[in-house]
Write a protein that binds this ligand. Structure first.
Ligand code: NZQ
Ligand code: ZN
Length: 392
């Protein structure tokens, strides 16, 4: 097992009606701000009445609000610049995201940019490490990206379509996250499925590792994946099944708050490959992952089958044939069948990407992430091109 630091300073307030506590939480955990920026998405939080409930709770706590609406999925740098300018103009002291990963990541980027005199993109370009940001709070509406408990923020620079994930140990972790499973009842089935694929991928990126003797972390990861797969059908059968929604919501946080990576090297190639897909073709991140992961695993079944075989047996319930490659391939078939059963695509064509420009994807991938990538098994451009071809 490798040395590690594990820190999740976020206070999670989980359960029914918790959104009405946002004002109290902001006072207590965001440094008693006089004014906050409330960032939200397209329309869902407005339609459901959530935005009203959150702003009322903040006003009742004596906090003034500056609003910023309309953050789109796969959020872009232009909205971040706009948010930073708004915060400076109004003297905002904290940022609250009401929505999913796209909203929360934008809130994080704004919070990081306000106290920095230069261009906030310097952090995403890897020129600087985030050390301070305005305090961030979150009201989560979709279990998926795990941004409510992660130190990450993923933003696309419109110029050049560079989608970059910035990872910080502390500065970008929300001070609190309000998580009411009832807020996810309105999610369309496709978004619910995308979220499930994303949270599974967050566990899998950490599970596929060359590090040995990490049984505790393996056990947590396999248990999480099995639980997600077991509970998922209940959410689709009855979108208002509170307990199923609650389990999926908590799984999404556990998948990405770092616990599944403790003591081991992580992989992340599938995310890197997907980020190029969603940057270029603007597809939903989770749906992209349902296409990328089986292709990546198929490549691994040939070159490094040990972990894919264990995944097949321990997570997908494949009986052992004592041949790692055979077991791995059976596991991949079961994983694809699961994705399909919840309405996800497993090929680029099914994702709606006809004639993908694979050379462009490979070029951008290695420009953004380096010549050789991958923690489980090292891959060069020839290998990643082969993996993209397996997705067609
Ligand atoms: O904008 P609204 O109207 O709210 O609609 C959203 C959006 O269209 C909708 N939605 C959210 N909650 C809803 C709802 N619709 C009905 N009822 C609700 N309760 O869902 C759509 C998708 O929202 P989005 O925020 O984009 O989803 P998600 O949470 O999957 O975030 C995806 C983004 O996060 C990044 C992805 O790359 C992508 O840009 N990621 C962020 C990570 C992080 N910060 O740690 C890690 C991830 O790996 C990921 O890369
Ligand atoms: Zn993800």
């Amino acid at each position: 097992m490798n040395n590690f630091t594990y820190c999740t300073p976020t206070r999670y307030l989980f359960g029914r009606n918790t959104e009405s506590e946002t004002g109290r939480l902001a006072k207590e955990y965001l440094g008693d701000p006089r004014k906050v920026l409330v960032v939200s998405g397209g329309s869902s939080a407005k339609k459901s009445g959530l935005l009203d409930c959150v702003t009322t709770s903040l006003r009742n706590a004596g906090i003034e609000i500056v609003g910023m609406e309309g953050i789109k999925p796969n959020p872009t740098d232009d909205r971040v610049y706009e948010g930073i300018a708004l915060c400076r103009k109004h003297g905002v002291e904290a940022v609250i995201g009401v929505g999913g990963g796209s909203v929360i990541d934008t809130a994080k980027a704004i919070a990081l940019g306000v106290p920095y005199d230069g261009d906030f993109w310097d952090f995403y370009a890897g020129k600087l490490t985030p050390e301070k940001a305005l305090p961030i709070g979150v009201v989560l509406t979709i279990p998926a990206a795990g941004s409510e408990g992660s130190g990450n923020s993923v933003i696309t620079k419109i110029d050049g379509l560079h989608k970059i994930s910035l990872r910080s140990d502390f500065a970008l972790r929300p001070k609190f996250a309000v998580m009411n499973p009832e807020l996810t009842y309105t999610l369309p089935p496709y978004q619910t499925a995308c979220g499930i694929a994303d949270m599974m991928a967050h566990v899998m990126e950490r599970y596929f590792t060359p590090t040995e003797h990490v049984e505790v972390t393996d056990g947590i990861s396999e248990g999480l994946l099995r639980s997600i797969i077991a509970v998922a059908p209940c959410v689709f059968a009855n979108p208002q099944d509170y307990d199923a929604r609650a389990n999926i919501m908590w799984a999404g946080t556990m998948a990405h708050n770092g616990i599944c990576g403790c003591g081991r090297t992580e992989d992340w190639v599938s995310h890197f490959m997907e980020h190029e897909l969603s940057a270029v073709y603007d597809v939903a991140h989770g749906a992209g992952l349902a296409v990328v992961f089986p292709a990546w695993l198929t490549y691994m079944a040939n070159v490094a089958p040990a972990r894919p075989a264990r995944f097949a047996r321990e997570v997908m319930g494949v009986p052992s044939t004592f041949d790692e490659r055979t077991d791995a391939l059976s596991g991949i078939e079961r994983l694809k069948a699961f994705y399909r059963s919840i309405g996800l695509p497993v090929t680029l064509r099914e994702l709606g990407v006809e004639n993908a420009d694979i050379s462009l994807l490979v070029k951008k991938l290695h420009e953004n992430k380096g010549e050789i990538i991958g923690g489980y098994h090292k891959l060069d451009a020839e290998a990643t091109e082969e993996i993209y071809r397996l997705m067609v």
